[in-house]
Design a binder for this molecule. Structure first.
Ligand code: FAD
Ligand code: NAG
Ligand code: NAG
Ligand code: NAG
Ligand code: NAG
Ligand code: NAG
Ligand code: NAG
Ligand code: NAG
Ligand code: NAG
Ligand code: NAG
Length: 592
């Protein structure tokens, strides 16, 4: 490094702009979207991994955050107020992506299995089709938008400071959350929930209270989506650096001390070139993994933190043995009852919820989008496109395979896709699973097992939920609204089995056994969590046990999914931990 650069770096750091010097001036910086600090990973000018000790060292940061998702974005924005932050996200930006930006494209986005897609499909070993976010903003760019807070009981059990929690939620809400315009299907389900006794009606509220309510949404009244990526606008442009198409492959440790200390990361840019970024030498600089419930345990394993046997199986050297990494994974089972209607209904995702005392939540979705013919019929959340297309890996999508897909789709019962469905979600499932590495390539989703309904309590609650959905369908409000000629539950359940898109073999006796119906038709509401659980992989401050300079802050730390739907609390947690870390370092001078 020449003297000129030393002087320039000193000069720039006086202006708090030292970080900009790490990036080449070429290439898009997304200033056209109002985010000049977002750049493509290839603009990062570190040397290749072979010369880490020399010029690579100049790229140092107070915080390096891996994963620009639901928690990573608010966390980065907050920490950048007083410290230099590098946020690394493997996906692209959501801003100009039509599939991401509009409610009406929810299912199209999930069905897009190209490498550029904001969603990355996977199938758990249970045979349930699922999806991971791969875009700046994470899950908030592909989800159904429903926004509702964790209960005060959940906040207490997490050990969070309720005052700071109550300041952190509104920070999110002011920026990206809206009141919904209640769609007719949602209104019918809301009224029916009250009719069957899921009461009182708590009106529009973010709070988690027993009864029926209308929640918030990240879609505005024009059906445009607002995501966690927009929270970056609250960051400090002089200290915030965001790289997209930056796939972190490994965390680097200094193992010479008593405890291993995280010091940097290796990441790959959009052209396949490798880079390294390091923490500054300041005390308490940290790497924070916010890569989601699959990405975070996977990255710890690939960095040498995990069960000895699992690491040995993959020929990875052990930095720290911890058999709990990738364990305690859980996905809340979702089961649906399809209800055909006489007239086509308006598209809606989730706007209302019944918070029952049975340990389950009732929600609903409806609508066909623009077309309802046999090829294009889709169904908002559980579209046949999501299910069947995504099971054809991109490379095998030959014209023949696509033809077969279309053929198979014709066997789906059309009437199921006219109308909408009611869903039940099991709260706090007791069934737990795990993930295993299938390769040492970070781009390969690990093998994930959720063991749905392996615990009898989960199955019992599912059956209770189906019975409650039956009552809703039979309620005066609902039958008046749906105007179906025949609402025999047996028929509806039969149809729901046929319309189901999981890969689990179906039985014919499901109407005789609601347990069988639950097992055969279980799908996901994409609230999977765990893998880096508090008390086993991280402590109550989310610091990884047994190493220094490393935390995990995202849904992988949850023992239970918060609220009826988790995104509000995941975003809150990013803001909350950012403020807490600033206060721990700076005291009241943090100014937050
Ligand atoms: C289809 C769908 C519908 C949903 N509907 C709702 C809903 O209506 N309401 C609700 O509250 N919740 C909903 N959820 C759940 C909610 O969106 C998720 O629980 C939440 O977004 C998870 O946040 P996270 O921060 O843990 O992970 P994510 O938001 O997934 O963030 C992880 C980020 O890390 C990145 N990453 C991973 N590995 C690496 C790496 N090695 N290097 C760099 N970057 C990496 C990923 O690309 C991603 O952007 C839904 C989820 C899905 C998928
Ligand atoms: C981003 O690009 C714009 C236009 O190319 C340029 O004017 C601006 O200075 C750049 N910002 C940074 C922080 O490099
Ligand atoms: C949207 O998704 C569809 C497939 O579902 C895909 O063909 C299209 O290219 C995607 N569009 C964008 C802008 O990514
Ligand atoms: C936080 O807000 C909730 C309502 O959202 C309220 O019930 C609770 O009492 C508040 N807690 C504190 C400490 O202010
Ligand atoms: C890297 O990819 C970008 C496109 O994202 C391209 O503009 C650039 O020229 C590439 N750089 C190299 C060194 O290949
Ligand atoms: C681990 O190393 C052994 C011996 O070199 C090799 O046979 C095996 O394929 C390797 N496994 C993986 C997953 O790379
Ligand atoms: C996968 O992980 C589980 C739990 O961590 C472990 O019991 C199992 O042996 C692993 N499977 C393989 C194939 O290694
Ligand atoms: C439901 O399906 C079963 C098994 O296929 C069948 O015996 C039964 O008659 C069906 N019931 C209705 C109402 O269609
Ligand atoms: C349904 O069928 C499966 C296998 O075909 C059987 O194991 C199960 O006991 C049956 N359930 C009922 C209630 O008949
Ligand atoms: C931290 O940042 C805030 C807002 O940018 C500022 O008001 C405060 O003075 C800063 N504190 C320190 C110690 O730098």
């Amino acid at each position: 490094m020449g003297l000129f650069w030393v002087v320039k770096l000193l000069f720039l750091s006086l202006l708090s702009l030292n970080i900009l010097s790490c990036f080449s001036s070429q290439g898009e910086n997304f200033s056209k979207f109002g985010y000049p600090y977002i750049r493509r990973a290839s603009t990062f000018s570190s040397s290749s991994s072979s010369s880490a000790s020399s010029s690579g060292r100049q790229n140092t940061f107070d915080y390096i955050i891996v994963g620009g998702g639901t928690s990573g974005c608010p966390l980065a924005a907050t920490l950048s107020q007083n410290f230099s932050v590098l946020l690394l996200e493997r996906g692209g930006v959501p801003f100009s992506n039509f599939n991401v930006s509009y409610l009406k494209n929810f299912h199209i986005s999930l069905a897009d299995t190209s490498p550029e897609s904001a969603s990355q499909p996977f199938v758990s070993t249970d045979g349930v089709i699922n999806s991971r976010a791969r875009v700046l903003g994470g899950g908030t760019c592909i989800n159904a938008g429903f926004y509702t807070r964790a209960s005060t009981r959940y906040v207490a059990s997490a050990g969070w400071d309720p005052k700071l929690v109550n300041e952190s939620f509104p920070w999110i809400e002011r920026q990206i959350v809206h009141w919904p315009k209640l769609a007719p299907w949602q209104k019918a389900v809301k009224d029916s929930l009250l009719e069957v006794g899921v009461s009182p009606f708590n009106g529009f509220t973010y709070d988690h209270i027993f009864g029926t309510k209308v929640g918030g949404t990240i879609f505005d009244k024009f059906g445009r989506r607002h995501t966690a990526a927009e929270l970056l606008a609250s960051g400090n442009p002089a200290k915030l650096n965001v790289l997209v198409h930056a796939t972190v492959q490994k965390i680097l440790f200094d193992t010479t001390g008593k405890k291993p200390k995280a010091v940097g990361v290796i990441f790959k840019d959009e052209n396949g070139s490798q880079h390294q970024a390091f923490l500054s030498k300041r005390l308490s600089s940290e790497i924070i993994v916010s890569s989601g419930a699959i990405g975070s345990p996977q990255l710890l394993l690939l960095s040498g933190i995990g069960s000895k046997a699992e690491l040995k199986r993959m020929n990875l050297s052990v930095v720290l043995a911890n058999k709990f990494v990738g364990k305690g994974m859980s996905d809340n089972p979702m089961n649906t009852v399809f209800i055909p209607t006489k007239n086509a209904v308006e598209q809606s995702l989730i706007q209302t919820v019944g918070i029952t005392k049975l340990g389950l939540y009732i929600e609903a979705s409806s609508g066909f989008g623009q077309s309802s013919n046999s090829i294009h019929c889709h169904h908002g959340i559980m579209s046949a496109e999501i299910g069947q297309l995504s099971t054809i890996p991109p490379k095998q999508r030959t014209p023949k395979a696509i033809e077969e897909f279309i053929q198979n789709k014709q066997y789906l019962p059309h009437e199921a896709f006219k109308g909408g469905f009611i869903l039940e979600k099991i709260a706090s499932p007791l069934s737990k699973g795990h993930l295993n590495l299938t390769s040492t390539n970070i781009e390969d989703t690990p093998s994930v097992t959720f063991n749905y309904f392996s615990h009898p309590s989960d199955l019992r609650r599912c059956v209770d939920g189906i019975r409650m959905m039956e009552k809703i369908v039979r309620s005066k409000h609902f039958s008046n609204y749906a105007q179906c000629d025949d609402v025999s539950m047996e028929k509806l359940l039969n149809m729901s089995v046929k319309a189901n898109v999981n890969l689990i073999p179906k039985h014919t006796n499901v109407t005789a056994s609601l347990e069988q119906f639950c097992r055969d038709t279980v799908i996901t509401i994409w609230h999977y969590h765990g893998g880096c659980n508090v008390g086993r992989v991280v402590d109550s401050d989310y610091k990884v046990l047994g190493v220094n300079g490393l935390r995990v802050i995202d849904g992988s730390t949850f023992n239970n999914s918060p609220g009826t739907n988790p995104q509000a609390t995941v975003m809150m947690m990013g803001r909350y931990m950012g403020v807490k870390m600033l206060r721990d370092r700076l005291g009241r001078t943090a100014g937050v």
